[in-house]
Design a protein around this ligand. Structure first.
Ligand code: ADP
Ligand code: MG
Length: 245
């Protein structure tokens, strides 16, 4: 097991003075304000904070979907703040898996085809193996029996399971999830969090934006953002859970 706190280990994710501003009509808006943060391999990090505090912005920077306006951001040793645009998408394809609140499955593709899609983009597995691999991933998240259905025929919980399988398609070491249980009932949320917990125990790193107290109990660490700044970095996520509604 990786010790998340072990000194001397280079962090998997390293932010130094990371700022993100969005251009506005009159003045620029600062969504992340000089954020400095280390996240180590094997951590299950919960990110909390009120709406508009910068949580999704943080995830999109770590995912290489967007770039910092200032500061340095390294993920897995790659300097994302300086990575040429043409290398960004290929990097993202195998380095991170992303899970969204509203699943964002392709509506015209079956569950198994949705899971195969990232593999088709990355060529990490031979074309002939992708279907079997996608089925195995669906099996792992408990929806193998739904493999040939379109997303519209699945419940919210089933769709999120497919989305998690898709995020694992290229076997990324890092998973990012933005309020993945925000649109699910509490029982389904619990099942989803158990799934995430199991994924972390296989050695992956998880950064989870959440409001769910049970997610905070599972996380190894919780940080709180307010107005784009880090306002708490508790080693003990369980204690933070007590302060969340
Ligand atoms: P959270 O996920 O914590 O709710 P976000 O990271 O989505 O917060 O947004 C932080 C702030 O940045 C919000 O005030 C939001 O309105 C603003 N923001 C986010 N994306 C954009 C954008 N593309 N253009 C302008 N402002 C944005
Ligand atoms: Mg958000």
């Amino acid at each position: 097991m990786t010790d998340p706190a072990s000194p001397g280990t280079a962090p998997l994710i390293r932010l130094r003075g990371v700022t993100k501003t969005y251009p506005g009509a009159s003045e620029a808006f600062t969504a992340l304000d000089a954020l400095t943060l280390d996240i180590h391999a094997g951590e299950f990090l919960a990110v909390v904070g009120e709406s508009g505090s910068g949580k999704s912005t943080l995830l999109s920077l770590i995912a290489g979907i967007d770039r910092p306006t200032a500061g340095e951001l390294h993920v897995g040793g790659i300097a994302l703040h300086a990575l040429p645009e043409a290398r960004m998408a290929p990097w993202r394809g195998t380095a991170v898996g992303i899970v969204f609140q509203f699943f964002q499955l392709i509506p015209t593709l079956s569950a198994v085809e949705n899971v195969m899609l990232p593999m088709d983009f990355c060529d990490r597995w031979p074309a002939g193996e992708r279907h079997d691999r996608a089925r195995a991933l669906l099996e792992r998240v408990g929806v193998a029996d739904q493999a040939d259905k379109l997303p519209s025929r699945l419940s919210g919980g089933q769709q999120q399971r497919v989305a998690i399988a898709r995020a694992l398609a290229n076997d990324p070491p890092l998973l990012l999830a933005d309020e993945p249980t925000g649109n699910l009932d509490s029982r389904t949320s619990e099942a989803m969090l158990e799934l995430f917990g199991g994924i972390v125990r296989t050695g992956r790193t998880l950064v989870l934006v959440t409001h769910a107290p049970s997610a905070l109990r599972q996380a190894s660490r919780a940080i709180t953002l307010a107005d784009g700044r880090l306002v708490s970095d508790g080693g003990d996520a369980a204690a933070a859970a007590g302060s969340v509604r």
